[in-house]
Design a protein around this ligand. Structure first.
Ligand SMILES: NC(=O)c1ccc[n+]([C@@H]2O[C@H](COP(=O)([O-])OP(=O)(O)OC[C@H]3O[C@@H](n4cnc5c(N)ncnc54)[C@H](OP(=O)(O)O)[C@@H]3O)[C@@H](O)[C@H]2O)c1
Length: 265
């Protein structure tokens, strides 16, 4: 049982809806492990209330920062006083720190969490050719983090091609050394194949690309967390591919989020 005192530092997770989030419980474990007198609470705010909340938090002197999730990741970019170049490039913020003078700093950790998850599984992205399927918010963050991590080539395949094209243009600008291409359905020539679409969450979902072209020497990664073994991962495993589950991307972010909010180790 934690005791909340006048010294307890306050953190939040802002979302709409918010009841489904697990961050308060997960961050509790991090605080306990780090010996932090802090508590992270759910902040249920609709999009039209986000600006007022952010303004109020600037004057809350015992507020350390907040995790930002759906639907606020994009809107938070312009509400922060300063954001990292990664957050600016991705166009989203999922973690905010309140500085002692009340200014708010934002970063995006989705992509960094994905890359760290890969590394913890023993997969180093440096020099790899990557086939990324999807061009939504998560795919975008992953694309920039992989480019930052030193991949050699990035092909993106997405149902809406314009969205893939837009990410590739951003990568070309910031990471001209990365070879880029609009991907077809065929993942055959990649070392690392990633499903960053939402296909695979529901029973009966189609595959997002042509899985018959997967090769046994490839690493196949999901970012969907439930189910853990998606039909794609099951298929890839049967083909002899090495697989990466979706959960590590989130797990790795929790420690990074605590670090970003200044929670002492
Ligand atoms: N593991 C983690 O830490 C983590 C973090 C963030 C997100 N996620 C998961 O990642 C997934 C994507 O999240 P997001 O935030 O990127 O969502 P999003 O911005 O809505 O993007 C969804 C992506 O899936 C594609 N898609 C959706 N339905 C499709 C269909 N029927 N056929 C083909 N493509 C389809 C979309 O293609 P179009 O562009 O053509 O619409 C888009 O590329 C979700 O399952 C989410 O739970 C996991």
């Amino acid at each position: 049982m934690i005791e909340i005192t006048g010294n307890t530092r306050l953190y939040g997770i802002v979302a709409d809806p918010v009841a489904q989030v697990k961050t308060p419980q997960t961050m509790r474990k991090v605080f306990d492990r780090r010996g932090t007198d802090g508590v992270l609470v759910p902040l249920h705010v609709p999009p039209e209330g986000l600006s007022d909340l952010v303004q109020a938090l600037r004057s809350l002197r015992n507020f350390g920062g907040m995790v930002v999730t759906v639907p606020h990741k994009t809107g938070m970019v312009e509400l922060c006083d300063v954001v990292t170049p990664e957050a600016r490039a991705v166009g989203a913020v999922n973690i905010v720190r309140r500085e002692p003078d009340g200014t708010l700093a934002g970063d995006i950790l989705d992509g960094k969490g994905f890359v760290e998850g890969l590394r913890q599984s023993g997969f180093n992205p440096e020099g790899l050719a990557v086939f990324l399927c999807g061009a939504g918010g998560a795919a975008r963050a992953i694309a920039f983090a992989l480019a930052q991590a030193g991949i050699r080539k990035l092909s993106i395949h997405n149902r809406t091609q314009a969205a893939a094209q837009q990410i590739l243009q951003g990568i070309q600008k910031l990471f001209p050394q990365v070879e880029t291409a609009l991907g077809s359905q065929d993942p055959m020539h990649a070392d690392l194949v990633i499903n960053a679409t939402s296909l695979g969450m529901k029973t009966g979902d189609a595959f997002a690309f042509d899985v018959s072209r997967l090769q046994p020497n490839q690493i196949v990664a999901e970012i969907i967390m439930t189910p853990a073994l998606t039909p794609l991962l099951e298929f890839a495993q049967a083909k002899g591919c090495r697989i990466q589950y979706g959960l590590p991307m989130l797990e790795c972010q929790i420690e990074m989020m605590a670090d970003f909010m200044g929670v002492a180790k």
